[in-house]
Design a protein around this ligand. Structure first.
Ligand SMILES: [Zn+2]
Ligand SMILES: [Zn+2]
Length: 309
């Protein structure tokens, strides 16, 4: 009891200065600033069912925010179900990837551009179509898109990619691409495919990694190049705010270490799309452990999967 009374006295003795301190601290505490990033929202799930294929649109359009759109191709059209990213600057937009076969991507992109224009004074932006890499499930809509007005389609060969973005010291040096008041960083990451790039949007802190890192099977065609590229992304992202790492597919289930079989069209329990810089560190660590000989390894949120070139 005596100790209790003692501590009470002690408490009242310090009450005033402590209260003052707390008030001052509150007044001086920085407000949440979200790292200065433009915020956005990802859907709780991208999963669709196959029941309504007849009426299912070829692409689902999701506005991450007013100037950053995501399109996901429907499994009804192609089991690859790739993600396409549409980023808007002043008067210009970048579409990263044009989808897999069997879809009306030009209609979907035209609708998306119109939707953006309706909210931004009615002027449709010029469009650049570039690619996370040159595989067929990311370039199949190029011809359709190239037929639209004010569209530039970047070639898919390494030379064309390097020339368009001004990547002079491939693959060691990154470069920037200005969409008009919006700076993107373009980082060479060959290894899954020879012309693979990552794109970092400084405004939202989103890093787009194509097929190099996503919740699914990470096919490694060139093990030394892939290992170096993932290390390059780890170095590139060090000290930068990375809100999400978004790849081009989902093949994992929400069950850890488990991917859906190749060719699965509908994945009701699929993993979230978004990964983080932590996943990059985990991948880089696994590759470095493998010491240049990449072997198949199921990990919690993706699977490393060597393939022959
Ligand atoms: Zn690929
Ligand atoms: Zn792919």
């Amino acid at each position: 009891m005596a100790a209790y009374v003692g501590s009470m006295r002690l408490a009242s003795l310090f009450a005033t200065p402590l209260l003052l301190l707390a008030t001052t601290a509150r007044a001086q505490a920085p407000q949440p600033d979200g790292a200065g990033l433009e915020r956005g929202v990802l859907p709780a799930t991208w999963a669709e069912s196959g029941d309504a294929c007849a009426t299912q649109p070829h692409f689902r359009l999701h506005e991450y925010n007013a100037d950053f759109y995501i399109l996901r191709q429907s499994g009804c059209t192609n089991y690859e179900k790739p993600f396409l990213y549409l980023i808007f600057g002043d008067g210009q937009a970048l579409l990263l990837d044009s989808g897999a076969k069997n879809a009306q991507v030009a209609d979907a992109v035209r609708d998306a551009l119109k939707r953006w224009a309706d909210h931004h004074g009615g002027r449709t932006p010029k469009l650049v179509v570039a690619h996370s890499h040159g595989h067929g499930d990311h370039v199949a809509g190029d011809a359709q898109l190239g037929a639209l007005p004010d569209v530039t389609v970047v070639g898919t060969a390494p030379d064309a990619v390097q020339q368009f973005f001004g990547l002079h010291n491939w693959p060691d040096e990154a470069t920037t691409f200005n969409l008009g008041g919006r700076m993107l960083d373009v980082v060479p990451i060959p290894g899954h495919e020879r012309a693979s790039i990552a794109v970092y949007d400084r405004r939202t802190g989103i890093l787009l990694t194509g097929d190099t890192m996503y919740p699914g099977r990470l096919y490694v065609a060139d093990a030394p190049a892939f290992t170096k590229s993932v290390r390059r992304l780890v170095d590139f992202t060090r000290g930068k705010p990375i809100a999400h790492v978004l790849g081009a597919h989902i093949e994992e289930a929400r069950t850890p270490f488990l991917d859906y079989p190749v060719g699965t069209k509908f994945q009701p329990d699929e993993h979230a799309l978004e990964l983080s810089r932590g996943h990059l560190l985990e991948l880089s660590d696994a590759l470095e452990q493998m010491g240049g000989t990449v072997v198949r390894r199921a990990m919690r949120d993706f699977t490393v999967w060597p393939v022959s070139r």
